[in-house]
Design a protein around this ligand. Structure first.
Ligand SMILES: Cc1ncc(COP(=O)(O)O)c(C=O)c1O
Length: 395
């Protein structure tokens, strides 16, 4: 059996919509993208949704819109993908990396608080925090917002893994969608994400000014977008108000996104089922442990991550991944923490043990295949092979 790490679920309605767009004569940002933005905003409960060609673009534009300047400082979790911190470097600003919690790999707010104190005491200009909802499980937003209030920070959520994801303070409080309380939330529609457009992203905000700025900067700093300029709705006149970027999403991509979005809840339920099946089957072994699942979260289940109990094994994580691969199972790692990569080590002098939890758990973490429609036999195949190989190498 061959089980990929991820399999996007593209059905006839996506294909038909793309074909209709290809036949329509309008391929780039236009009516389909406007519709995708409107439906996405409604879906996540945001006032504005700006469709972009990646979550990286969304993060970049969000930081630009809040006015990040050279020399500013931004708190970024070390347990994240390259994009979350690189966008800070685009401004020649400094990402200060924050450790994660052992339980769920989300940002450790005690460490964030300590670092915020240090930065401010040293006279640094701390401007923002970018919490990442690891794997699709929302961070402690109440804690993030309290920290942001104490240090007057903007909050840009990296919601690349969330579509949908919800949280509540406790069982007596209402559910809130990721993105509903921050300045900007940035979603990804990359090929392996909860919903996909191949490549794509969305920046959501309730702030009119931030939305306007992101829209303008997404298309060359031009005050009106191409669609309005080239159709009867707009005029030929435009003004360049800043040197912007080229981050707009095409109508071809939005044609896929529209139908993916309408199935986002269904896809989540299918992934939730996969996650529950993994949890049940993996409870049989003492050689791995799952991440903690908070009862006050609706988990998007973009990732299903386990930790190996390396003390009980004679092999390391690389061998486990190799042996899974030999059995036809695609596994992955989320992530090697940013502070352990050459760029961050060399530029900022980070040592692995500077962020000790992330350094430790990053030797143990494996992401197992999870995608909507993964069959019970496929899940059983992954678990059977994993357990057999772990038993074989038990210490
Ligand atoms: C946490 C996180 N942030 C940002 C991104 C970037 O997303 P995109 O590929 O849409 O730019 C990713 C992509 O994997 C991610 O995992």
């Amino acid at each position: 059996m061959k089980i990929p790490f991820h399999l996007p679920r593209i059905e006839e309605e996506e294909i038909a919509e793309v074909v209709a767009t290809l036949r329509s004569g309008w391929l780039t940002t236009g009516a389909k993208t406007k519709q995708f933005e409107a439906e996405f905003a409604l879906y996540v409960g945001a006032k504005h949704a700006v469709a972009l060609n990646s979550a990286t673009a969304a993060l970049h534009l969000a930081l630009e819109a809040i006015g990040l300047q050279k020399g500013d400082v931004v708190l970024v979790p070390t347990m994240t993908f390259a994009a979350t911190a690189e966008v800070v470097r685009y401004f020649d600003a400094t990402p200060i990396l924050v450790d994660c919690r052992e339980s769920d790999f989300n940002i450790d707010l005690n460490d964030a608080c300590r670092k915020a104190d240090e930065i401010v005491s040293a006279g640094g200009h701390l401007k923002a925090i970018i919490p990442v909802h690891f794997g699709g499980q929302a961070v402690d937003m109440l804690g993030v917002l309290a920290l942001a209030k104490a240090y007057n920070l903007k909050v840009i959520e990296d919601a690349a893994h969330c579509c949908p994801a919800f949280y509540r303070e406790n069982q007596t409080m209402p559910w809130k969608s990721v993105g509903s309380e921050s300045d900007v939330a940035c979603y990804s529609f990359y090929a392996n994400k909860c919903i996909t457009t191949g490549e794509g992203g969305m920046a959501c905000t309730n702030d009119d000014n931030l939305a306007d700025r992101m829209r303008i900067m997404a298309l060359h700093g031009i005050s009106k977008d191409a669609w309005k300029r080239f159709t009867a709705e707009g005029s030929w006149y435009y003004e360049i108000v800043a040197p912007g970027y080229k981050y707009n999403l095409t109508d071809i991509a939005s044609s896929i996104g529209l139908h993916q979005l309408r199935k986002a809840n269904y896809f989540r339920d299918l992934r939730d089922r996969v996650a529950k099946t993994y949890a049940r089957l993996l409870a049989e072994t003492d050689l791995v442990r799952p991440l903690y699942i908070n009862a006050d979260r609706v988990h998007a289940w973009h990732l299903y991550v386990i930790r190996l109990k390396l003390d009980s094994l004679r092999i390391d994580r690389a061998v486990v991944i190799e042996e899974l691969k030999a059995a036809g199972v695609g596994a992955s790692v989320h992530w090697i923490p940013l502070h352990m990569h050459p760029y961050y080590r060399q530029t900022y002098g980070y040592q692995s043990e500077d962020l000790p939890i992330a350094a430790r758990v990053s030797r143990e973490n494996i992401s197992l295949p999870i995608f909507p429609g993964m069959k019970d036999e496929e899940i059983a195949y992954v678990v059977d092979h994993l357990l057999a190989l772990l038993e074989k190498h038990r210490r």
